[in-house]
Design a protein around this ligand. Structure first.
Ligand SMILES: *[C@@H]1O[C@H](CO)[C@@H](O)[C@H](O)[C@H]1NC(C)=O
Length: 558
């Protein structure tokens, strides 16, 4: 009787499990979402979400000044110019590092865009220990005339970086022919990461034009050395996105991977400061000879007290010490080794008289000590040392001397450093030690919304892919199930079965009633309780038809 009901329950359990598995197969739990895709590269096979599709973002030309996704090789070749600059005093190319388009991520599925296959490509600076320079013109000049400047681009240090930059230069108009691009080509802004040894920087440099004489000067963001986690960005081999926003109110904001890592004012957070100080120290002012800068002086009236004995020693023998009774005054501390023998080849003419080596006297080991006894030294209570007069406030003290201030002849006040020289091109002019630094989705616009939309359709996709790859199976399952909530019902039913069996065996008196009660519980009470607990609303259609289940299970019972 008991055996019989156990068997029936086991049968039911396996039937339900198989049923659930089939349901899952039908709707594609295994095949639709989590899938192993062959990677043509050297990477291992990886689980991916193949629902993520990449399409080259299509932007209206009036929304940006530059947008370069690098996906179309023909357009790239039309738009970008490699520098042909030569080394000083020779006709050798200075910028001999290679640039090439690579597929950014082979696991991103390219989709048909305007009837031609596009893949997600990026621009890669390929050569080790070489200078690289390349540039492109803006669609139209960017003028600092009341609009925001938004610069955004992605960087991937494929092999880390020993020493090298990955920053952009926004070239000042007129930048001329980009095939003569070099390190002297004037820029309005330089922005992006740079690393050498242990030093990591996120540069934001702008050129400021002196309104008095027109000379240009580099002004550096003063937190460039302290951007959190910049070292990881260089190390981790992943894509990272950088954004700079400069606003007409002279404020700026820097984001890295969608987090604000710097913000402030062009007038306050830069060095040297845009505006020179109003006054400066008079270079001709000298400290007068008799200027007394001593705050305290020895009291001239103090005299050494009569009883101050400068000759007392710092340490004395302890007068209270006594020789221990077992001290062996006549025993030497060391004795000649009685076991030592003269070496056979000892030559007294050459080596002198042989003497056995000394060893510590074994008799001393058992007592407090041997040899002449001396009392230990203690601090001398009468010790005073050299007498010094006490210090008093200096009656002639005049304070610290400082040169007098004069008006700064170079002073100017530029209230709007944001008004930089217009930009007509952007360029990379870089030197790297480690190879393969990739760039992607370079954007210059005046709209943060446009930048956000590009980010969502590019960087964010790659990030989601990578996150999905590093999720474990449990996280993947939860993510998938959240998209298909009815699956929770399947899990709950599967979970409920052992519980029901347990209740059926333990809490219900064995006998003829047990079967019916167990049966009811199986399909009604626990499942409903659990759905409520897990927040599944009752009116949501459940793909598992309970009637069908009961019918089938009763069939199984036959
Ligand atoms: C312009 O002024 C700055 C300081 O105000 C000075 O350092 C620089 O030498 C000047 N340049 C010229 C060309 O006069």
């Amino acid at each position: 009787m008991k055996f019989d009901s156990k068997m029936r329950s086991l049968f039911l359990l396996s039937f339900l499990a198989v049923f659930a598995a089939f349901r899952a197969e039908d709707t594609g739990v295994e095949s639709d979402e989590l899938k192993v895709e062959e990677d043509t590269g050297a990477d291992d096979q990886k689980l991916i979400y193949d629902e993520i599709e990449y399409k080259t973002p299509q932007l209206d030309a009036n929304m940006y000044f530059v947008y370069e996704p690098f996906d179309d090789e023909t357009k790239f070749n039309e738009r970008w110019v490699k520098s042909q600059s030569t080394k000083a005093g020779s006709d050798e190319y200075k910028y001999n590092g290679e640039w090439a388009l690579h597929e950014s991520n082979k696991r991103l599925k390219g989709k048909l865009v305007s009837n031609s296959e596009t893949r997600d490509r990026s621009l890669v600076m390929e050569s080790k220990a070489r200078h690289h320079a390349i540039g492109t013109k803006l669609l139209r000049n960017f003028d600092f005339n009341g609009q925001n400047l938004v610069v955004q681009y992605e960087v991937q240090f494929k092999n880390g970086q020993e020493c090298g930059g990955a920053y952009l230069k926004l070239l000042s108009a007129p930048s001329g022919n980009l095939n003569s691009l070099n390190d002297k080509t004037p820029y309005s802004i330089m922005f992006g990461p740079d690393k050498c040894g242990n030093e990591h920087k996120l540069h934001f440099i702008f050129m400021h034009k002196n309104p008095l004489n027109g000379t240009l000067r580099e002004i550096h963001w003063n937190k460039m050395n302290s951007v959190n986690k910049l070292d990881e960005v260089v190390k981790d081999g992943k894509w990272h996105i950088f954004r700079l926003v400069v606003r007409p109110d002279n404020s700026f904001e820097i984001q890295m991977d969608k987090k604000v890592v710097g913000k402030g004012s062009l007038l306050e957070d830069f060095s040297p400061p845009v505006n020179p100080p109003k006054e400066i120290d008079d270079p001709d002012d000298r400290k007068p000879e008799d200027w007394d800068e001593r705050e305290k002086v020895p009291d001239p009236e103090a005299v050494k007290p009569e009883d101050w004995d400068e000759n007392e020693p710092r340490k004395i023998s302890d007068p209270k010490a006594t020789k221990p009774s077992d001290w062996l005054e006549d025993e030497p501390e060391n004795i000649p080794d009685p076991d030592a023998v003269k070496p056979a080849d000892w030559d007294p003419d050459m080596d002198g008289e042989w003497e056995p080596p000394l060893i510590s006297n074994p008799k001393c080991a058992k007592v407090s000590g041997c040899g002449p006894w001396k009392a230990p030294l203690i601090d001398n209570p009468k010790y005073k040392g050299k007498w010094k007069p006490p210090l008093i406030d200096n009656p002639n003290y005049k304070g610290k001397w400082a040169p007098r201030k004069i008006p700064n002849p170079d002073f100017f006040d530029d209230p709007n450093p944001y008004k930089m020289l217009p930009i007509d091109a952007l360029a990379f002019e870089l030197w790297i030690i480690s190879s393969d630094v990739a760039f992607d989705n370079i954007l210059i616009t005046n709209s943060v919304d446009v930048a956000n939309s590009v980010l969502d359709n590019t960087y964010q996709l790659k990030k989601d892919l990578i996150d999905a790859e590093s999720d474990n199976w449990l996280l993947k399952t939860v993510k998938y199930t959240n998209k298909h909530p009815w699956l929770w019902v399947v899990y709950l039913i599967l979970l409920a079965i052992p519980l029901i069996l347990f209740i059926g065996y333990c809490c219900v008196t064995p006998g003829k009633g047990s079967r019916d009660i167990g049966h009811e519980k199986k399909y009604d009470t626990p499942a409903e309780d659990d759905s409520a607990r897990f927040g599944i609303s009752g009116d949501e259609p459940s793909p598992i038809n309970r009637e069908e289940l009961s019918k089938e299970s009763s069939d199984g019972n036959v």
